[in-house]
Write a protein of this length. Structure first.
Length: 294
């Protein structure tokens, strides 16, 4: 049952980029509505789960983590518009690199040569995903899209670090996720000035896709993952999480006829393989460091 919940959660969040493309709203508007529509549902679930024994500090940290998640989502949504749903989901997985660097700094550890080499391999793969300015590269502005994806990965890594600090009391996942989602909604409004196309007046069809994004990805996907992954071995966790970008690439091809160039396919494979190795290495030190991209 645990494996089924984890796989169902990963499958749920793999549709995030699909819903974003179908909604056709500005990046920040998508971030805001993803959080806004999820908040009432999470309130009900959190109340049903029972008393929340977290401290005020843990609640505040969860809220602050949501501000970084808002920045991550803003950048990621723009990246999807530039390089597509599939590739746009692959790139932010470089967050594992940033999380690993922070882990080394926190524990005063010297990274192994093999790990440093693997980070170099991941970065090489990221460069290939940009298409190297070749005419057959998929995306309107693939180089810029990849750069935004990497920046999203950095913001997501910060979110993970702060969010983990807010869940050390092992409280039910609905409470911390609710606080982080409220922070995401606030962060979206604070960043609205950086999005020239931002407006809350979106069409009825867009609202339907945004509701699906909130319920399927932000609520169902995250709750399933948060419930299942702590009960799985670290190696299985790292493999399961990489199912998400693989599914996202498949959805991009199926729903939007996204046709990556040979260099971009190669780069995606290198990034995913490198992230898998780094994830397993990081998991052996701290299994809670692992989670899926948004």
């Amino acid at each position: 049952m645990t494996h089924f919940l984890a796989l169902l959660g990963v499958l749920s969040i793999s549709f995030s980029a699909v819903f974003i493309r179908l909604a056709r709203v500005s990046p920040v508007a998508a971030t805001f509505y993803r959080a806004a529509y999820a908040i009432p549902v999470l309130v009900v679930i959190s109340l049903a789960w029972g008393r929340d024994a977290r401290s005020r500090r843990e609640r505040l940290l969860a809220f602050v983590s949501g501000l970084f998640l808002a920045a991550d989502l803003d950048l990621w949504h723009e990246s999807i518009a530039l390089v597509g749903a599939g590739l746009g989901t692959v790139i932010p997985n470089v967050q594992v690199v940033f999380v690993a660097i922070v882990a080394w700094m926190q524990h005063g550890e010297r990274p192994r040569t093999r790990t440093i080499a693997m980070i170099g391999v991941v970065l090489f793969g990221v460069a290939l995903t940009s298409g190297l300015a070749r005419s057959d590269a998929y995306g309107t502005r693939p180089g810029e899209g990849v750069a935004l994806g990497v920046a999203a990965g950095l913001c997501y890594a910060i979110f993970l670090i702060v969010f983990r600090a807010s869940t050390r009391s092992l409280a039910p996942p609905a409470g911390p996720l609710l606080d982080a989602t409220v922070g995401t909604a606030v962060g979206a409004l604070l960043s609205a000035g950086f999005d020239p196309g931002f407006t809350l007046a979106v069409g009825r069809q867009a609202h339907l896709w945004l509701v699906a994004l909130a319920l399927v990805s932000q609520v169902m996907g995250w709750l399933f993952i948060a419930t299942a992954l702590p009960r799985l071995p670290a190696v299985e966790t790292s493999v399961l999480l990489l199912v998400q970008p693989v599914f996202a690439i498949a959805w991009g091809v199926m729903f939007f006829a996204e046709r990556l160039s040979s260099l971009q396919w190669m780069g995606s494979a290198i990034v995913l393989a490198g992230v898998a190795v780094l994830s397993m290495s990081l998991a052996s030190q701290n299994p809670k460091a692992l989670t899926a991209a948004p």
